[in-house]
Write a protein that binds this ligand. Structure first.
Ligand code: ZN
Length: 295
């Protein structure tokens, strides 16, 4: 039996599950415990992303999502021997401009915050704005450093990225972003940003959303083009997966859900060998979380 370990920095499954009152063991989503059980060891981040309809009461709604997730996790806790799940928030709107709310989320188990989604919020500008880090965003970054929370710059504007890079004393991650050199999309990172993340010993999660992989219809080899570029630019230590399952509508064939990531594993193993593939698929995230004392 081939052993494949799998670590993923980003999925939007909780939002989908919550709306359909679905079960985390087996559901219609792209990620559930049953599908993840096809891997040997698993590290899966679950992000809470708030659709517009939830933004009238972003804090309360995020708490509702967290409660729902926590209840589900409690129900299946016997699975969490070789499976580790971590909670993330995608978009600082949830904080409602109040630092105490960051502490509350931290106490509820949130370890990663993606500062913005695509738009400007109280913290900073996203990719669809020119704005950088704001005063409140600076306070959030400093408190996240203090609380040992992971700062995620995926979706951030270029100005926000560099403001965070300068201000944070810690490693930063781009949990689900690819390379702009290969696919010129604002959601992807340019080479300077990639080098800056490497310099801070952070992580870059390869995103499986077709639109961020290539201009046309993406296939598995197109994912490898981003991986090739990252390997050439920064070596293999800071590359991982940020698949974006349940957060996008087009994935390269034959990827339909997380269990299909075996196809990417096999391709990478053929192209880069077992050791580098294992680093990208699991080891780099494990080492990062161990160094930051989450494991
Ligand atoms: Zn996202």
């Amino acid at each position: 039996m081939v052993t494949i370990n799998f670590a993923d920095l980003h999925c939007d499954t909780i939002t989908k599950m919550f709306e359909h009152d679905a079960d985390i063991y087996q559901n219609f989503c792209q990620v559930d415990i049953k599908k993840l059980s096809t891997f040997d060891s698993v590290i899966q981040f679950f992000a809470i992303w708030l659709d517009k309809k939830y933004l009238a009461k972003p804090f309360d709604n995020t708490v509702e999502f967290i409660k729902y997730y926590t209840k589900q996790i409690e129900k299946y806790k016997t699975y969490f021997t070789n499976m580790k799940f971590f909670l993330a928030i995608e978009g600082g709107e949830a904080l409602e401009n109040n630092l105490d709310n960051l502490k509350k989320f931290h106490d509820m188990g949130v370890i990663l915050l993606t500062l913005t989604w695509n738009y400007e919020n109280d913290l900073a500008g996203g990719v669809k704005s020119q704005c950088g880090l704001k005063k409140f965003g600076g306070e959030v970054v400093e408190l996240m450093d203090e609380l040992n929370m992971i700062i995620d710059v995926s979706h951030a504007s270029e100005k926000t990225f560099w403001d965070v890079y300068k201000l944070s004393k810690n490693s930063i991650v781009a949990s689900h972003s690819n390379c702009r050199k290969i696919c010129d999309n604002a959601r992807n990172l340019d080479d300077e940003q990639i080098l800056a993340i490497k310099e801070k010993n952070g992580l870059i999660g390869l995103n499986l959303y077709s639109d961020f992989i290539s201009d046309g219809v993406a296939n598995l080899n197109d994912i490898a083009k981003h991986t090739d570029h990252l390997l050439n630019l920064i070596g293999e230590e800071n590359i991982c997966l940020g698949c974006d399952f349940d957060g996008a509508d087009r994935y390269p064939s034959p990827i339909k859900n997380v269990a299909d990531m075996k196809n990417v594993y096999n391709l990478f193993k053929k192209l880069y060998g077992k050791q580098i593939t294992e680093k990208i698929f699991y080891d780099n995230v494990k080492h990062f979380l161990t160094a930051r004392k989450f494991l």
